[in-house]
Design a protein around this ligand. Structure first.
Ligand SMILES: CC[C@H](C)C(=O)C(=O)O
Length: 757
């Protein structure tokens, strides 16, 4: 080989190698090198440099990991280097040797465009190695990235919030006819039962109870989902209700398949570690209803829930499968009576008695009767008589709130939410449901036709008018997202601002759902609110009629009743649920303020990490009465708890102990039976570095329900300082359902859902 050939070969291979490598080199310098520059400062620099370094390395990492590198980044790198080569080719054009070199550079430019992206891919693992080396022992960076990833996830969830995608079942089109001209009502199950595509499926269905060939081919299959289990009064009777439903459906020549989902008793688990499992049962129930309905090709669904999470759970399941559906509420419990306290009682009396017991104020009333009984005798009397039978907790607590709202959205038969669990009327409802589900199937009335912005507005109106549970906020948001309805925290405040609070119902009032039933029940309240133009009577319902038509035959509330106040003489002119924001809750918080305790509260912070710390302090009588205190219970959010437990044990104990000098704040949530000056659902929660994690004992906190503010008088600079030394808690759980939940769950201001990605 001559010298000049050698030089040319060397030139060619050098330029081609450089061309091939340039995509990769650019990718390394774009994504990996920033790490070498910023990491040392991030570890050892001033606080400002550390923070800056964390942000730069975070951006670099996000770019490297999150973007579709094949489509955007590496081709861009190849393009940039190709332009460089083309420019050099242009610059050396002209002389003979220049023409040769420019041709070579032009080839390199083309090649680089072709192979640059692939080199980039090859370099990716190298970049990853560099980053994992840089990240080693660098907890701060990793944790900051995690916190920011949280925000990013939320942002993505917001962007995609109305683009729910479920498995496409393409049922037989509505309006199709069988050969004999009868309408096809088994539009889903026919996939299994028509012809002989699925003989095994048909064999199994015959074994399970399909009576004959005609039923196999034509009868719609209705799933009957009871949230039955024996260990909770709210749920113990649901299997029997389900059997009645099945019987009445079968009499109409429909096929009914009973199945079950699970639930957790909030009343029983309250204040214990078991309470962490409660909220996630909403998702388990939704998942179960969706799973059985979709997997088994049910044509319709009747769900029979009882305890709190059951109702939103089944409705979310219905919204997901979107087949004709009706909810039958298990019904409210009867009211208990204490012979020793000589008054009507309910489950919440027990929780409040615990506070009075601890502060030694649990006594018989000073009404001229017996006062000799000890606090132990009194508390045993309450334990024995607070829950006289089956049914969900009796005040306007979470179960009754949700059932009322869902009936007002058109998903239950009229009266379902106030018909007591053990009344004959509840059994009659289970019989009547067969007619209604037939109508829904025939008219194709599906959950998402009922779950609309107007019907959610109705849910909010009823919740505000009747003083419903703060949990409603969480569950309505989740139900709306599932049904792709645009409902936000601001809607709650908007409705709260216009709806008067008119119900003298527990927890803040004197009466119970069973009492309301006696004066006409929820339909009579709906009638009042429709007449006043506050509730939308035009929404469609599962009966095939509008809400207004459904309540027409119900009586108006009697003149002399005292449970529901006239609209012009409310307990409070606006709603009791207030959405607060401020430097303590930039992402929102939910307050229950009935007005009884005032509308504004300022006090010194006393911070508790986890509810049990506050419960211990209360049991030992350690919360003083002589100064205004804002008790903060944190690390109890959806992720941090995990499970966002309800804090009735502490909120009720405060009431029982008559500690009127305190307000309670948490990133967890409250029971429907909680009252007093309480604020929950604080977002962002402590576990992801929300400002609630930075509060210190003695900080002055103001809750203002008139300006909807929740602030601590700590400057932004001071908060930034505190944030630097804040360490996120290590994940407590790494296995099991709660670990899975903590990983998937979103924030409370978006309903704490697990399938928003
Ligand atoms: C007594 C209250 C009940 C157990 C509950 O947790 C709720 O209604 O939210």
């Amino acid at each position: 080989m001559s010298d000049s050939t050698l030089v040319k070969t060397a030139q060619i291979s050098a330029i081609l190698t450089a061309a091939a490598a340039s995509g990769g080199i650019i990718s390394i310098s774009l994504f990996a090198l920033p790490g070498f520059i910023v990491k040392p400062r991030q570890r050892k620099g001033t606080d400002r440099e550390k923070a800056l370094g964390a942000s730069i390395s975070h951006i670099a990492r996000q770019w490297q990991y999150d973007y579709d590198v094949g489509k955007i980044v590496f081709p861009s790198a190849a393009l940039i280097s190709s332009l460089l080569y083309s420019y050099v080719a242009y610059a050396v054009r002209g002389e003979r040797s220049g023409r040769y070199l420019s041709a070579l550079y032009a080839t390199a430019a083309g090649l680089n465009l072709l192979i640059g992206p692939f080199t980039g891919f090859a370099i990716l693992p190298v970049n990853n190695l560099i980053w994992s080396y840089l990240d080693k022992n660098d907890d701060l960076a990793v944790e900051r990235v995690t916190a920011t990833a949280e925000e990013k996830l939320q942002q993505e969830q917001d962007e995609h919030k109305f683009e729910a995608k479920y498995l496409d079942y393409s049922p037989v089109p509505y309006g199709s006819k069988h050969e004999d001209g009868a309408p096809v009502l088994n539009r889903y199950s026919t996939v299994l039962t028509r012809g002989h595509d699925s003989p095994a499926a048909q064999a199994m269905l015959y074994a399970a109870g399909v009576p004959d060939r005609n039923a196999m081919k034509k009868s719609p299959q209705v799933g009957v989902a009871t949230v039955w289990w024996e260990g909770n009064p709210c749920n113990m009777h649901l299997l029997e209700l389900g059997k009645t439903v099945k019987k009445s459906i079968t009499e109409r020549d429909l096929i009914a398949w009973q199945y079950n989902t699970i639930g957790v008793s909030d009343g029983i688990t309250m204040g214990t570690e078991g309470m962490r499992f409660s909220l996630q049962t909403r998702e388990l129930i939704a998942d179960s209803v969706e799973t059985v309905t979709c997997a088994q090709y049910h044509d319709a669904c009747i769900a029979i829930p009882g305890c709190d999470k059951n109702m939103p759970g089944v409705v979310m399941g219905m919204a997901r499968h979107n087949r004709p559906s009706i909810m039958i509420y298990g019904g409210t419990i009867a009211v208990g009576y204490s012979n020793l306290l000589r008054k009507r009682i309910n489950i919440s009396t027990c929780f409040e008695a615990a506070g009075a017991y601890a502060y030694d104020t649990l006594r018989q009333p000073d009404d001229g009767g017996d006062t000799s009984k000890s606090k132990d005798e009194i508390i045993e009397d309450l334990e024995s008589h607070a829950c006289p039978g089956a049914g969900a907790c009796g005040g306007m607590y979470t179960a009754n709130t949700l059932a009322t709202a869902i009936e007002s959205m058109g998903l239950s038969l009229p009266g379902s939410s106030s018909t007591p669990a053990e009344s004959p009327a509840k059994m009659r409802e289970c019989v009547k449901v067969a007619d209604a589900i037939q109508v829904c199937i025939e008219k194709d009335i599906t959950p998402r036709k009922l779950l609309t912005k107007s019907s959610f507005e109705n849910a909010l109106v009823m919740t505000m008018a009747l003083g419903g549970s703060t949990n409603g906020v969480l569950h309505f948001l989740a139900m709306a997202r599932t049904a792709e309805v645009d409902l936000t925290l601001d809607d709650f405040q908007r409705v709260s601002n216009k709806i008067p609070f008119i119900a003298d119902l527990a927890p803040s009032g004197r009466y119970y759902m069973a009492d309301l039933y006696e004066i006409g029940g929820i339909p009579s309240v709906q009638k009042l609110l429709i007449a006043a133009g506050l509730l939308n009577g035009d929404i469609p319902t599962v009966t095939g009629k509008t809400l207004a038509q459904n309540v027409e035959s119900f009586p108006s509330l009697p003149q002399d009743q005292v449970i529901i106040r006239p609209l012009n003489n409310p307990i409070k002119p606006t709603g009791h649920l207030q959405i607060l924001r401020g430097n303590l809750a930039p992402g929102g918080a939910v307050a229950k303020i009935t007005g009884k305790e005032g509308l504004k509260f300022t006090g010194k912070a006393r911070v508790f990490n986890k509810e049990h710390e506050l419960n211990d302090a209360l049991t030992k009588g350690k919360i003083p009465r002589d100064e205004n205190l804002v008790l903060i219970v944190r690390y109890e959010g959806p992720k941090g708890g995990p499970g966002m437990p309800e804090q009735l044990k502490s909120s009720a104990a405060l009431m029982g102990a008559n500690l009127t000098n305190v307000a309670l704040l948490t990133d967890g949530r409250y029971s429907g039976a909680s009252h007093g000056f309480i604020v929950g659902h604080i977002v962002p929660e402590a576990a992801v570095g929300g400002p609630i994690a930075l509060v210190q004992d003695g900080d002055l906190i103001t809750i203002d329900a008139e300006t909807n503010q929740l602030n601590m008088n700590v400057s932004e600079a001071e908060l930034q300082e505190r944030l630097k030394s804040w360490q996120p808690p290590k994940p407590q759980l790494t296995r099991g359902v709660l670990a899975k939940y903590a990983r998937l769950v979103g924030d409370a201001s978006h309903g704490a859902m697990t399938d928003l990605f």
